[in-house]
Ligand binder design. Structure first.
Ligand SMILES: Cc1ncc(C[n+]2csc(CCOP(=O)(O)OP(=O)(O)O)c2C)c(N)n1
Ligand SMILES: [Mg+2]
Length: 979
């Protein structure tokens, strides 16, 4: 039986003597008083961990005496053959007191043999835990690794005199007995060669045993066939040759070459090849700058001539497509590759310079694809086996960026699992000019991966077979256990950070060594020549052949015309780029459907015990639906979700505490008060005949979760994908996702997204950090119709805005300054009529007050957006003002200039005031003022330019003192309404 098939108690049985139970006795003493046994035993028991200790306590009766006797017999051929002693039975307390004599063998001999075994096992265990610390990982040989005390047999009481005595080790390392010399030799070969493996932190016994068996069972080597070896050499030739050719033709041009890490190409290919045999059909890749051009061409099959053409300054996409474009080492692509008859679809996500920020985006894309393949939410494990995320990281970035642990954190969470990402670290032992000792506190850049108990393989990048071997183990492990795996390829960077940089300014010694270092291909070619696998001529021939191919591609590049951009293919077919015209889409819904959804979400199933307060809310919901009056914000939202789901569009909502809702308003996941079972009514409108409403309370991360949802929206344009911030303020923790992806991806990379961001916003006296979603930042980033920024004031308008996301033939992100106090505001309700008939989204809400004076007599128009409208409205009512109109801008971007012009033209004699509750340097003022002025000019309005009524400029978004808040709020209302 292979060790990983054994129950834990069987695996540890060799630790126990039948008659002597030497360890058990020691352990009993240790348990009573740890100091009663010597220090090395204390360490041993402590390090055995819970599992080992539990088994020590439990077990007491294997074949120890027999086996140790055999060993002694082996050591001394003249000694009489041992017979099993008495007291073989489990739990024989009398026999446990002291080692009992075995026929012909003295108690001292038994004891010595047991001690040998235990010491050997302790040594073996510590090699499993720490052997990687002595592995020869650095191809440059500059990483001088100190001997570790616990990896020295003397540490366990052995001396050099003990090296050649056989020791019983119960088939550990594949040997029943072995001398200490043999054991150390096997351990060195297994754990301290070109592969260092960290796996003893994995708590799952099966996973841990699987890795151990893979590593120990075959001595950490794969026997490659000659054909396989030649294939590796060919791939190294291609990855080296491509960089060499670029260096030759475009000397000094930035390309962030892979030189020193060329082995990455066959390593990723191994994941694809072996993955294909294990059911893999699709891989989504994410990576930074380093080696990207090499991966694009040599791995994804982008034509070399296309890259050469881009080097010549030609665009990556055809001229007829608009967009600002991006540098070549940020571009994505997709392709199909065939490995032994298995076709793998590959796509590389475009990414910005910000290192590691693409990670959650890739995870979200993978998850969406898995949902599509399996047609279910959450995706099936089978679909997880079919779609894999592969992330390539730099060593400095993986250690340094907080988004790395934030994304790893998602790996086992129900709402975000993707069945494990394979991480490759291009560990070139440098980050720009910074050496590892300045960029991380631990020995490796990978420590953070232990937080999710991923196995970590460190491997010498100049040993291609070792790298490919661990890549194979990585994909096998991932496919079997659906968990993340890390492959840390220790290599070097032959050039400067980019090809124009001088690395010797800061690392002169390292770069002297690198200058003398033969390339990975040269070393491997020499190895294969020495092994007689290829001749020198054959190896040189491979180089010449590849360089010839480069020449041809270079010739072809001058006339190369890129294909049509692929951005509206596959799931995106049928959609098109947004034109300049305003399109609201058909978002109204027949009243019957509204009622069907409305009643379904106010119901609980038979026997369900809702919280009494929630039950009251449900009753109110039902009443509103039945009477068609007083639909509140959360109900309006649920109507949007439910109607979309019934119409076949999945809805995915994620963010912190979104199931209940931060403000206890949503309750779209109900909890039974007796058994805590959950009920999601939105999935019970038309069971089996509707799309899924997926809702996930997220971990406490903004960047990773927003990035994930953004990635999901990239792969699934027909789902409504929503991320909600707990409070809008916290959105700045995800600013890089907003700036680098959400606001600019369509322009840079022709990637559309219909993601919705809900950002609770409003000055309500809750202090500087619970008031502002930083509307001004979104408005500052608004250009080229990149997204929609809304500050909506009615449930019906919110309903239409959400549905509009999927009811047009293009996709744009929607940023909503969402309400807090309005969630319960008596006036912030809509009639059912506003959801049906010919109702639609209104970018501007006119003043419909029945007692307002005629338009020409209106003395002032107050323009505003968001919650302050209700404050203004109520203040106007309280003061009995009839000649001030209040007009709401529900959408700030794209700015509704035409509709606003029509509205303002109704009040030719009024002055115009922009009223906001945010400070003057914040909110929409600095964005809206010139646009309003333009509108006024365009319609020939005499007001000329708007006046400002709002808080004074401030460094913090809001005061922390409620009294001051109230004073400020009263003043701005007064300023706005006093003509
Ligand atoms: C978030 C972020 N900070 C800083 C930079 C600037 N920068 C670009 S590459 C680089 C070094 C990266 O080192 P490493 O991750 O080891 O990758 P390598 O270039 O060595 O392959 C830095 C600091 C960046 N691109 N992104
Ligand atoms: Mg690096």
């Amino acid at each position: 039986m292979a060790p990983y098939d054994q129950a834990p108690s069987e695996r540890y049985s060799f630790l126990f003597g039948a008659n002597g139970t030497f360890i058990a006795e020691l352990y009993a003493r240790y348990q009573q008083d740890p100091n009663s046994v010597d220090a090395s035993w204390q360490r041993f028991f402590a390090e055995l961990g819970d599992e080992g200790q539990a088994i020590l306590a439990e077990l007491n009766g294997a074949s120890w005496a027999k086996n140790t006797a055999k060993v002694i017999g082996a050591a001394d051929p003249d000694a009489p053959v041992a017979k099993p002693g008495k007291g073989d039975a489990k739990g024989d307390k009398a026999a446990a007191a002291a080692p009992a004599p075995v026929a012909g063998i003295s108690p001292a001999q038994v004891r010595q043999a047991q001690l040998d075994s235990i010491r050997a096992l302790m040594l073996i265990r510590n090699y499993r835990v720490r052997g990687h610390l002595l592995a020869k990982l650095d191809p440059l040989g500059m990483d001088k690794r100190a001997q570790h005390a616990e990896l020295d047999y003397r540490h366990y009481g052995f001396t050099d005199a003990d090296l050649d005595r056989p020791i019983f080790i119960n088939n550990v390392l594949g040997m029943e007995t072995a001398t200490l010399r043999q054991i150390v030799d096997a351990l060195q070969r297994t754990y301290c060669g070109h592969i260092g493996v960290e796996f003893m932190h994995i708590q799952d016994p099966e996973q841990k045993a699987w890795i151990q068996e893979r590593i120990e069972g075959i001595r950490n080597q794969t026997d490659f066939t000659n054909l396989g070896k030649k294939a590796i050499l060919q791939r190294l030739t291609a990855s080296e040759g491509f960089e060499k050719f670029l260096q030759l033709k475009y000397t000094g041009t930035k390309r962030f070459g892979l030189e020193g890490g060329e082995v990455l190409v066959p390593a990723i290919e191994q994941v694809m090849k072996r993955g294909g045999q294990l059911g893999l059909q699709e891989i989504v890749l994410g990576m930074a700058h380093r080696g990207r051009l090499n991966v694009l061409t040599n791995v994804l099959g982008k034509p070399f001539k296309a890259v050469f053409s881009e080097f010549q300054g030609n665009p990556a996409n055809p001229e007829d497509v608009q967009g600002s474009g991006d540098v070549k080492y940020h571009m994505g692509t997709s392709s199909d590759r065939d490995f032994d008859g298995n076709t793998i679809h590959l796509s590389l996500s475009p990414n910005p310079s910000h290192l590691e920020v693409v990670n959650p985006v890739v995870c979200g894309r993978v998850r969406a694809k898995q949902c599509q393949i399996s047609g279910q939410v959450p995706p099936s494990d089978e679909s997880r086996n079919q779609v894999l995320g592969v992330l390539l990281h730099g060593d400095a970035a993986f250690a340094g960026q907080g988004l790395v642990p934030e994304t790893l954190l998602l790996s086992e969470l129900k709402g975000y699992r993707t069945g494990g990402i394979i991480h490759f670290i291009i560990n070139n032992q440098i980050g720009f000019t910074t050496a590892p000792q300045y960029s991380r506190s631990g020995p490796y850049p990978t420590e953070v991966a232990k937080s999710i108990q991923a196995p970590i393989f460190h491997v010498n990048g100049d040993d291609p077979e070792a790298v490919i071997h661990v890549s194979r183990i990585a994909i096998e492990f991932r496919q079997k256990f659906l968990k993340d795996v890390v492959v840390d390829v220790v290599c070097y960077r032959r050039q400067g950070h980019n090809e124009g940089d001088e690395p010797a300014f800061t690392q002169p010694l390292m770069y002297k060594t690198i200058a003398k270092q033969e390339t990975t291909r040269q070393l491997y070619a020499a190895q294969l020549v020495a092994e007689g696998v290829v001749s020198q001529e054959e190896a040189d021939g491979m180089v010449n052949e590849f360089m010839g191919h480069m020449d041809q591609e270079f010739q072809a590049s001058t006339s190369f015309k890129p294909n049509k951009a692929d951005w509206l293919e596959g799931k995106w077919s049928g959609l098109s780029a947004a034109g300049a015209d305003y399109r609201s889409g058909t978002t109204a819904v027949p009243v019957d459907l509204l009622k069907e959804v409305g009643l379904a979400i106010s119901r609980t199933p038979e026997g369900f015990n809702p919280n009494t307060k929630v039950a009251r809310q449900l009753k109110a919901k039902q009443q509103a639906i039945e009477t068609g009056e007083g639909i509140d914000w959360a109900t309006g939202e649920a109507l949007a979700f439910g109607t979309l789901a019934v119409e076949g569009n999945p809805v995915r909502l994620s963010g912190q505490d979104v199931g209940r809702g931060t403000f206890s308003q949503r309750h779209c996941v109900l909890t039974d008060q007796v058994n805590e079972e959950k009920y999601v009514a939105l999935n019970h409108i038309r069971p089996g005949k509707q799309a899924t409403f997926e809702v996930h309370d997220s971990p406490l991360s903004e960047a990773a979760v927003l990035g994930f949802e953004y990635g999901f929206s990239l792969a699934e344009p027909h789902a409504l994908t929503i991320w909600e911030a707990q409070f809008g303020d916290f959105v700045n923790g995800a600013q890089v996702i907003i700036d680098q992806f959400i606001s600019s991806a369509e322009s840079k990379w022709l990637r559309m997204s219909g993601l919705v961001m809900l950002l609770p916003h409003g000055m309500e006296g809750q202090g500087p950090e619970h008031s502002s979603a930083r509307l001004e930042r979104f408005l500052q980033n608004s250009a080229e119709e990149n997204w929609q920024v809304c500050n909506i004031t009615t449930p019906a308008n919110y309903f239409h805005a959400l549905r509009r996301q999927l009811r047009r033939d293009f996709r744009k992100p929607l940023i909503v300054m969402s309400p807090k106090s309005l969630l319960r505001h008596k006036l912030c309700v809509s009639p059912l009529a506003d959801f049906t008939g010919d109702s639609t989204f209104h970018r501007v809400l006119r003043d419909a007050a029945p007692d307002l004076v005629a338009g020409e007599q209106v003395r002032r128009v107050v323009l505003c957006s968001g919650k302050v409208y209700y404050d203004l409205f109520q203040e106007r009512e309280a003061r009995g003002i009839k000649d001030v109109a209040i007009v709401r801008l529900e959408q700030l971007y794209p700015f509704p200039d035409k509709t606003l012009g029509t509205e303002l033209a109704k009040y030719p004699n009024a002055d115009v005031v922009w009223c906001q509750e945010e400070s003057e340097n914040q909110g929409a003022w600095n964005f809206a003022d010139r646009r309003i002025e333009k509108v006024l000019t365009a319609i020939g309005h005499k007001a000329g330019r708007p006046k400002y009524a709002g808080r004074a400029a401030s460094a913090a978004p809001a005061t922390g003192l409620l009294r001051r808040h109230n004073q400020e709020q009263a003043k701005l209302l007064n300023d706005a309404l006093s003509v």
